[in-house]
Design a protein around this ligand. Structure first.
Ligand SMILES: Cc1cc2nc3c(=O)[nH]c(=O)nc-3n(C[C@H](O)[C@H](O)[C@H](O)COP(=O)(O)OP(=O)(O)OC[C@H]3O[C@@H](n4cnc5c(N)ncnc54)[C@H](O)[C@@H]3O)c2cc1C
Length: 478
């Protein structure tokens, strides 16, 4: 069923694709403008991605970092929210087509702001995703939480020492901010929160590996802060393995090629991928219609005013655009959103092409990443901080940018209990979370270890002395 969106033909219509950082700040920037704004997103929330790792490790609930967009925009009378995945942008017809289940909606625009972000990239190895989910959405975070905690449960159940080690081995691929933060928090979960909660295993025995092909952790932060972060991680028991390329990921573990050319395996039940990003496929659609270039990450090149060639009313902002090597961070999206909103508001009603727009100027407010409880690294202008001071800075900045007073208070309470105490309030996992990927993709995924399938299914025992890796094909075939 295809329906046109309810729109007032008398008023200037702005369509915003995406309710992430760029989309939300653009919409809010149009609050007092003489326009109607339609925000279209495939999720119902405004997701604060930088804290996804805390949902994955049981510190925060998904509601704390992903408030309902509808609720956030409740008091903005000129904004409406539509649930739907954008499948087509027709620049000639000035329409956006979105789909929600079997309902297709066509929304007309006078101005368009595209802020559909980026998705995980497996560098052409998309099949890795089945065994190493990324961390981009609430679904991802809940699935990762399910996988982490399920691995401890499986370790408690087995009396096979090799399998126990495999279950207690956690590998995070990608030593950028997300990988560093996640590895640090898995270590604290294992060594502090879960300590004393199992009877057959010691969660402290968990092995946490942070892998990257790059020669240092946190490359954008420079060598000094990268080394500081690596040292802190190591002091928390995280093994940092650099110069290592993952060549395969399967149910049982990973195959890795080291800088010296040697290939080796890490047997690990729980793997998480945080190694790369690719822009929303909508960038390619727009490039085909305008001739704008795409970079290696699929981001579309935009002009100095963040618009597409020949389309002064179409802004592309945030993670899916490429301009002056701006970083793919929240501030780029926020500032881009505000810039687009300011110009649309100013130019409403102009019949001629937009008057001269001052070029978009990005203001670098610095970057930061937590390494673990009470320790972070931060870069603000020429200044570099690490340790507790950087962590306090991180805390303050994140509290400012979390959307909504209620979420801020709830987050602060959760942090107080997790960082000052040992507890984490969000250690609940459900079958749905643990097996989320099969539910979302409709695939059947054998999440449990096939090596142990004989214990529950009666499949023949692998020959003694067989490693889990060797046994895998035989058991799969049976
Ligand atoms: C785990 C993680 C940690 C991060 N940590 C930091 C950090 O510490 N500091 C920092 O500055 N940045 C961080 N970032 C990056 C930051 O979150 C992004 O740069 C920022 O979110 C980009 O904003 P955006 O509006 O371009 O995209 P997003 O915020 O990703 O929003 C895109 C929106 O578009 C929607 N969407 C996508 N495709 C479609 C479609 N076809 N139809 C409808 N809707 C669609 C999505 O559902 C989403 O709501 C992190 C990112 C991740 C994933």
């Amino acid at each position: 069923m295809t329906t046109p969106a309810h729109q007032n033909p008398e008023r200037h219509q702005v369509v915003v694709i995406g309710s992430g950082f760029g989309g939300l700040f653009a919409t809010q920037g149009l609050k007092r403008a003489d326009v109607d704004v339609t925000v279209i997103d495939r999720s119902t929330t405004h997701l604060f991605q930088p804290l996804l790792y805390q949902v994955a490790t049981g510190i925060l609930s998904e509601g704390e970092i992903a408030p309902s967009t509808r609720t956030v925009l409740k008091d903005q009378d000129n904004a409406r929210v539509l649930l739907g995945s954008v499948i087509d942008i027709d620049l000639a017809a000035r329409t956006v087509t979105s789909q929600c289940d079997d309902t297709t909606t066509v929304t007309r625009y006078d101005s368009l702001i595209v802020s559909a972000g980026a998705q995980q990239s497996y560098f052409g190895n998309d099949h890795f995703a089945e065994h190493a989910p990324g961390l981009k959405t609430v679904d991802d975070a809940l699935e990762v939480r399910g996988r982490i905690l399920h691995a401890f449960e499986k370790a408690e159940l087995t009396d096979d020492p090799i399998e126990r080690i495999r279950q207690l081995t956690f590998v995070v691929v990608g030593a950028g901010p997300t990988g560093v933060e996640l590895a640090g928090q898995i270590a604290e979960l294992a060594h502090r929160t879960l300590d004393g909660t199992f009877r057959s295993i010691s969660p402290k025995a968990a092995r946490i590996v942070l892998l990257d092909a790059a020669p240092q952790v946190l490359p954008p932060f420079g060598a000094k802060l990268g080394s500081a972060a690596a040292r802190t991680l190591q002091s928390k028991g995280v093994e940092v393995e650099l110069g290592s390329i993952v060549t395969d990921v399967d149910a049982l573990g990973l195959t890795i090629k080291d800088a010296d050319g040697n290939t080796r395996r890490i047997e690990a039940a729980c793997k998480v991928w945080s190694a790369g990003v690719a822009a929303s496929p909508l960038a390619k659609q727009l490039a085909e219609q305008t001739g704008a270039p795409l970079d290696r990450a699929g981001r579309i090149g935009v002009g100095a005013d963040l618009t597409l060639p020949g389309q002064p009313n179409v802004f592309v902002i945030g993670d899916m655009m490429s301009r002056d090597q701006l970083p793919g961070v929240a501030q780029t999206a926020i500032q881009g959103g505000r810039y687009a909103a300011k110009h649309i508001a100013r130019e409403v009603g102009e019949t001629s092409p937009p008057s001269e727009r001052a070029p978009f100027h990005y203001r670098d407010k610095g970057s930061m990443a937590t390494v673990c409880r009470f320790s972070a690294v931060a870069q603000v202008g020429r200044f570099e901080f690490s340790g507790f001071v950087a962590w306090l800075l991180w805390l303050a900045v994140h509290l400012v940018y979390i959307v909504g007073f209620r979420s801020r208070i709830a987050t602060l309470l959760s942090w107080t209990s997790s960082f000052l105490g040992r507890g984490r309030g969000q250690l609940t996992t459900s079958e749905q979370q643990i097996r989320a990927r099969s539910a979302v993709t409709g695939q059947h995924i054998q999440f449990d270890n096939p090596f142990l399938a004989h214990r529950t299914t009666g499949v023949q025992n692998p020959p003694s002395g067989t490693t889990a890796r060797e046994a895998e094909p035989a058991i799969r075939a049976s």
